[in-house]
Ligand binder design. Structure first.
Ligand SMILES: [Zn+2]
Length: 380
């Protein structure tokens, strides 16, 4: 399928305020602990304020005439089993019954959390179904808790259910032949990668900070040599970028690595997994994207969707922990996805300098590795 990129008037945003009831508490950053040294304990970074502001800026910002709002719905347990194991889901249900607990490092299931997680999963499925049913090409699942670290059998990194992974599986089960996931959250989308690691039907591409494994819940390293297994070999592409990579570096990575891979794969559906923790102001990341960078990523992915997928593009919300700037970057990303001719909202705070020299070198090294090792990218 191919059609020229054009501006689409509206994006369908799926949201339910029940997702605000996931209370992650306070402590020293994301530890949930208070050793007693501080007078002011901040909220856990994955708190409801960040998403409240995302909803607010889409309702009140200049993009608002381009947004159609749709109510989210909770996932059912059987729906979760298309990605997660029964044992894992049972464990979360049992944890909820006893009043919750810390499932893994920094990841708290408190009263209300399971219902919010079911809403995040179900709302993402509703957004995908909206596209699959032909009601609109563009949808955005504005959800929390996030999902891309959740693996088939374990929680990880504030995530319980893999919202994007469930949507990808629904697309495959509904007749899509090939789905491409492009993940620009600052952390490796290890859960989504793990879920489709042996599949050649899903091309998972993750651009992330080079953070490596962070313990038992996150054994994957996110390095370039994690390419998939069996039939899935060559269909998981990791792009670990140096700290400080900003708009130009991400643009270069999109042009040199992401676009060529997606073009070769020829997906019939694209899922753009966004985290604003790749921004210059995030407490949980060390990258330097600004609104301009996010806007350009949105435009690039929209062009790919128009060229290969009849414009079908699902955007799924992940991390992004600066309560102000994450919302502004959501606005910019969706401006790009809508392919609006000029920015609607100026950047109130971008001021960090960017030196892209190191990022360019790393991206060129990754390109050389991929063209030698990834079957669909091998130069003949
Ligand atoms: Zn993240």
């Amino acid at each position: 399928m191919s059609s020229p990129t054009s501006s689409t008037a509206r994006i369908n945003v799926f949201w339910h305020e029940g997702m605000l009831s996931h209370d992650t508490g306070r402590g020293v950053f994301d530890t949930g602990m208070d050793p007693g040294f501080l007078e002011v304990l901040e909220k856990h970074p994955e708190n409801s304020d960040r998403v409240r502001n995302m909803v607010s800026i889409l309702r009140k910002g200049p993009i608002s005439p381009h947004v159609s709002w749709h109510p989210g719905t909770p996932a059912t347990i059987p729906q979760l089993l298309s990605f997660h194991s029964q044992e894992y889901v049972n464990m979360l249900v049992e944890a909820d019954k006893i009043g919750g607990k810390e499932i893994c490092c920094g990841t708290f299931l408190n009263p209300g959390s399971l219902d919010a997680a079911l809403l995040a999963a179900g709302t993402t499925l509703s957004a995908m179904k909206h596209i699959l049913d032909g009601h609109g090409e563009l949808a955005y699942a504005l959800v929390r808790p996030p999902g891309h670290h959740a693996q088939p059998t374990r929680a990880d990194g504030y995530c319980f259910f893999n919202n994007a992974g469930l949507a990808v599986q629904l697309a495959l089960d509904s007749g899509c032949k090939r789905v491409s996931v492009i993940d620009v959250d600052v952390h490796y989308g290890n859960g989504t990668a793990e879920g489709f690691y042996q599949s050649d039907k899903v091309l998972t591409v993750s651009l992330h900070m080079n953070h490596g494994s962070w313990g038992p819940s996150h054994p994957q390293s996110g390095t370039v040599d994690e390419l998939g297994e069996g039939e899935g070999f060559g269909y998981n592409l990791n792009i670990p970028l140096p700290n400080g990579t900003g708009d130009k570096g991400y643009g270069y990575a999109m042009t040199e690595l992401v676009i060529p891979a997606v073009e070769k794969f020829e997906p019939d559906m694209i899922v753009l997994v966004i985290g604003q923790d790749s921004s210059a102001f995030d407490p949980n990341g060390r990258q330097c994207l600004t609104m301009d960078g996010y806007r350009e990523i949105g435009r690039t992915v929209r062009r790919l969707a128009d060229k290969h997928c009849g414009g079908r593009l699902l955007v799924v919300q992940e991390g992004g922990y600066h309560v102000t700037y994450s919302a502004y970057c959501v606005h910019a990303t969706l401006e790009g996805v809508l392919n609006l001719p000029s920015p609607l909202l100026s950047d109130p705070i971008a001021y960090y300098p960017e030196d892209e020299a190191f990022a360019v070198k790393v991206i060129e090294a990754i390109k050389q590795f991929q063209t030698q090792n990834v079957p669909i990218l091998k130069e003949v």
